[in-house]
Design a protein around this ligand. Structure first.
Ligand code: GLP
Length: 247
């Protein structure tokens, strides 16, 4: 791949230091998908020779893309355009299904799997009487080997035969016991990860993320899940389809 074929002439760019022009041109190429997810960038010295700038200029431009999360350095392998997962908001899908749709294998690393009594807050949100049993699942979610999210779910105990019934997918286990949610309310907001979340997800301290809270319902209106998912901000893209005038 020749970067000069992809970004054209840097002189046509707005004013500013050369590395900023290169940074903007590369970013535009990523946004326009002329550089696609998982493409490897050529080596710094090859880019420098190709477009006739210094290696320092190339290095600074690439570092700016790394800082924005648009490319990532894989040790010993090179620099790659970051793959983002496009997530549709209209479908009530599971993490496992979202990843499979992109050809990735979802897996979970268990942080905690426990049985307990509903907390006062869960009792109100899930509509469960005080003293009801719940299962709690705390997991790191991976797409292939890439950590994507940290997730905490609370499920009324009557919805599953046991807490061990959940293998890699909560929704598969709920479906098998006839308790998969058919409707959900979801809230999304931007957050900054705390230190332990950064460590679990392998991102820089203070990295931005997306907190998605989902409350899932059974066909009869009972609540079946309360989940908080902290997604890596550099890995997720949310797409919503909007229709004008639908009553
Ligand atoms: C997404 C949702 C969660 C849901 C999970 C189930 O991450 N935000 O609310 O619990 O999918 O995924 P899986 O069936 O892969 O465990």
């Amino acid at each position: 791949m020749k970067i000069s074929d992809i970004i054209g002439d840097l002189e046509g760019q707005a004013s500013g230091p050369l590395y900023q022009k290169l940074h903007r041109a590369l970013r535009q190429a990523i946004v326009d998908k002329r550089l696609a997810a998982d493409d490897a960038l050529p080596a710094e010295r090859d880019i420098a020779t190709d477009i006739n700038v210094s290696r320092i200029t190339v290095r600074k431009a690439i570092q700016a893309l790394v800082d924005e999360g648009l490319v990532s350095r894989r040790h010993g392998a090179g620099t790659f355009i970051t793959a983002r997962v496009e997530k549709s908001f209209s479908k009530l899908s599971s993490f496992t299904e979202d990843m499979a749709a992109r050809g990735w294998l979802a897996r979970s690393a268990w942080l905690r799997r426990s049985e307990g009594t509903v907390t006062p807050e869960e009792s109100l949100v899930l509509g469960l009487s005080p003293g009801s049993s719940v299962y709690r699942f705390h997991r790191i979610r991976y797409a292939d080997d890439q950590p994507m999210a940290v997730e905490t779910s609370t499920v009324p105990a009557y919805c599953l035969p046991s807490k061990e019934a959940v293998g890699s997918s909560l929704y598969e286990a709920l479906e098998a016991s006839g308790h998969r949610p058919v409707r959900a309310l979801q809230r999304l907001r931007a957050v900054l990860f705390d230190d332990s979340q950064c460590e679990l997800l392998g991102v820089e301290p203070g990295a931005p993320g997306l907190l998605i809270e989902r409350r899932g319902f059974l066909p009869d209106g009972r609540s079946v899940e309360l989940t908080q998912s902290w997604y890596r901000g550099d890995m997720y893209d949310f797409v919503a389809e909007l229709n004008a005038g639908a009553a």
